[in-house]
Design a protein around this ligand. Structure first.
Ligand code: ASP
Length: 294
């Protein structure tokens, strides 16, 4: 790890499922505020791991995105959540998949990382872990879950409609971290797990790069996802090329996706081949930027 300095970077995404022509002003406002908070945390010396967990937790609990409170029921009529988090320097990682009924899956994913010898807990086992460790549970699903911004009731019947939240950060000690959380694709089958909770395809952080993916999970998994970008980048590919090659492969397979990445060298990329991707970024050398479409 490099010596402490005053350099930092953070990027957030609110999903690559943005639909052209819909209004995401409130989402952009939320992302701007949240990115400013992340910047303040990083400037004050907080760790990238704390920052990505904080950002994803706030997005989960806002109900504005397809994650946490903004998630929709699966084909069996209940919400199942996926989330993962990874710390670059230690390569420690934690994840939950097909987890029913908890407010902040990303907090539980961090709990899996810190309190168990495992990387991924799924379904009933993830629920038992969350209960045993007293994570906040959703007691009344009908009252809690809500339609996220830009999503209509009709979208819920479209299996290709989707959304996710993610965060990547570099802190002043040179540590990279990544976190991703989703309610998955609409109309998904019970037990369906996408790329988001998978360390490698959906989320990745090492000493060089931190990456969070969004998009059609089945295609991202089959295209290799985040880990294929990290390998290409570490083999010498320019950051944007490494990402665009993976995005092209997702497209070739019939899907669409978006990527946020930060590198040890303060590089930031927010690229997508869907209609749009709700996104924001800032670093010690780049002013805060927020956008949804091109
Ligand atoms: N990747 C997520 C999934 O397939 C969805 C998304 O990012 O929009 O579950």
């Amino acid at each position: 790890m490099s010596q402490p300095n005053d350099q930092y970077a953070v990027a957030l995404h609110g999903g690559a499922g943005a639909v052209a022509g819909r209004d995401y002003d409130s989402v952009e406002k939320h992302l701007r505020t949240l990115t400013g908070e992340c910047q303040a945390m990083l400037s004050a010396g907080r760790t990238s791991l704390d920052v990505v967990e904080y950002a994803v937790r706030e997005m989960e609990q806002s109900g504005m995105y397809v994650a946490g409170r903004g998630s929709a029921a699966n084909s069996a009529g209940y919400v199942e959540l996926d989330a993962s988090i990874m710390h670059g320097p230690s390569r420690e990682a934690g994840a939950v998949a097909a987890l029913p009924g908890f407010m902040s899956p990303i907090q539980i994913a961090r709990g899996v990382m810190e309190k168990t010898p495992h990387v991924l807990l799924a379904g009933a086992g993830a629920k038992a872990f969350a209960r045993n460790n007293a994570y906040a549970e959703v007691l009344n699903a009908d009252d809690y879950y809500q339609l996220p911004v830009g999503v209509t009731e009709e979208d819920l019947a479209t299996a290709s409609a989707h959304g996710t939240v993610g965060a990547v950060a570099l802190d002043q000690s040179g540590a990279l971290a990544a976190a991703t959380s989703t309610g998955g694709t609409f109309g998904k089958l019970e037990g369906r797990v996408g790329d988001t909770p998978l360390i490698g395809p959906g989320t990745w952080a090492d000493d060089s790069i931190a990456i969070s993916c969004t998009g059609t999970g089945e295609h991202i998994i089959r295209a290799g996802g985040a880990i294929s970008i990290a390998c290409a980048y570490k083999a010498g590919a320019p950051l944007d090329n490494a990402i665009n090659d993976m995005l092209d492969e997702v497209k070739r397979l019939g899907g669409d996706a978006g990527i946020i990445a930060v590198t040890q060298e303060l590089g930031i990329a927010t690229l997508y081949n869907s209609d749009g991707m709700k996104r924001a970024s800032v670093s010690s050398r780049q002013p805060l930027e927020v956008a949804t479409f091109a």
